[in-house]
Design a protein around this ligand. Structure first.
Ligand SMILES: Nc1ncnc2c1ncn2[C@@H]1O[C@H](COP(=O)(O)OP(=O)(O)O)[C@@H](O)[C@H]1O
Ligand SMILES: [Mg+2]
Length: 374
């Protein structure tokens, strides 16, 4: 088989798992380290090129070994860099899609444009606007910075006037969206993929449990009470086609009494799709690579219930029977995503029991705070 080379922007665990999964497809990798980011996750997986603020795209492309296609494992990539690289080879997902999803207001407007419902929201630029928006939307409300928010960072939930007033000095002028707090019964996500030839597939709906804004447990397939799977699949397929998207796109949703509301999108493989490494015939990482290289997409079904438990600040291997433990090789820090455990089971009940056992094993009373994310 001829060598196929893919360059990945970013050097974290998503790039690591993509490269590991790509080996069996005969793909060679190189990586772009942005600024000071750590490269420990991709050590020995390929050449790493570190770049500063405004790298020369031509030299970067050559230093990366003239890849067939360039992709990204992170959404905070400068769209200008993606556009400049596009002069040399295809860049997937495309800069336009990445640019939309890295800004919460642009993302919500793009969702509405495709007819996908989101929670009621208003834009805000300062504390005064936020107060006016909450006056209209009511409590509880979520104030989110438009950029640089992840794992619950750069956002505030406010339940009362008193809490809002506490933010008076903290909230620097900038771009925010204020969202109405949604009374959801469950949080779910769906990982979809579209190939350069227009073929699309999606994995089963996954149910997610967060703690302090960080994903702790994912379980698939999520119970499908009111046709949520079909609705989520339809929304995602609409976005993939409207955006002419290539690669994996993840959609996080709230399930409410009146249906699904989309919370946010990630233009990449996603933590809530890690279970596919053991729970689906072809993982989200392998399907992302197939999509961007124009190969046929692989089977996204899930033969039996699967669960993934994040290892936040802990790296002990649990005794509870599991399908595998993925450790990313990162240094331990409180709350840091160091790895995950995957479990499969014939019955949802016994799978749920094992999830609780693993949580109890990982997070004993003397383990560091799993919420102190870093
Ligand atoms: N409008 C909302 N209503 C209710 N809960 C919300 C709302 N927005 C966010 N949350 C809660 O906060 C979590 C993190 O918010 P999210 O927008 O997904 O930010 P992040 O980029 O940090 O994941 C969500 O998973 C959900 O639990
Ligand atoms: Mg989120």
């Amino acid at each position: 088989m001829a060598e196929r080379r893919v360059a990945i922007i970013g050097c974290g665990q998503l790039a690591q798992m993509m490269a590991q999964e790509g080996r069996s497809l005969g793909i060679t990798f190189s990586f772009v380290a942005l600024g000071e980011e750590s490269t420990v996750c991709v050590q020995d997986l390929g050449e790493v090129v570190r770049v500063g603020d405004s790298p020369d795209a031509g030299s970067l492309y050559r230093e990366l070994g003239c890849p067939e296609v360039i992709t990204t494992e992170r959404e905070d990539v400068p769209p200008g860099l993606l556009r400049a690289l596009q002069e040399f080879c295809p860049v997937y997902p495309q800069a336009d899609a990445v640019e939309k999803t890295q800004h919460r207001l642009r993302e919500k407007l793009a969702l509405l444009e495709s007819g996908v419902p989101v929670a009621p929201f208003l834009p805000a630029e300062n504390y005064h606007d936020v107060c006016a928006a909450i006056g209209y939307l009511g409590y509880p409300a979520f104030i989110k910075a438009c950029e640089s928010g992840y794992d619950g960072k750069n956002q505030w939930r406010v339940d009362s006037v008193a809490q809002l007033e506490q933010l008076r000095d903290e909230l620097a002028p900038g771009s925010y969206v204020v969202e109405k707090g949604v009374p959801f019964s469950r949080e779910v996500s769906i990982v979809g993929v579209r190939s350069a030839s227009g073929e699309t597939r999606s994995y089963p709906l996954t149910e997610n449990r967060h703690e302090n804004g960080t994903l702790l447990v994912s379980r698939a397939p999520a119970a499908d009470g009111n046709g949520e799977l079909e609705t989520a699949q339809r929304y995602l397929a609409t976005l993939l086609d409207d955006w002419d998207y290539v690669g994996v796109l993840t959609m996080e949703c709230f399930v409410t009494r009146s249906g699904i509301l989309v919370n946010e999108l990630a233009p990449r493989v996603h933590n809530s799709g890690h279970w596919t490494l053991a729970g689906a015939p072809v993982s989200q990482f392998a399907n992302h690579l197939r999509a961007i290289l124009g190969m046929p997409l692989g089977d996204t079904t899930c033969a039996q219930p699967a669960a993934m438990v994040n290892m936040l600040g802990v790296d002990t291997i649990p005794r509870t029977p599991n399908e595998g433990v993925w450790l990313y090789g990162k240094r331990r820090r409180p709350g840091r995503k160091l790895g995950h455990v995957i479990m499969l089971d014939e019955s949802t009940e016994s799978l749920d029991r094992r999830v609780e056992e693993v949580l109890a094993e990982l997070y004993t009373s003397d383990t560091p705070e799993r919420s102190a994310n870093a």
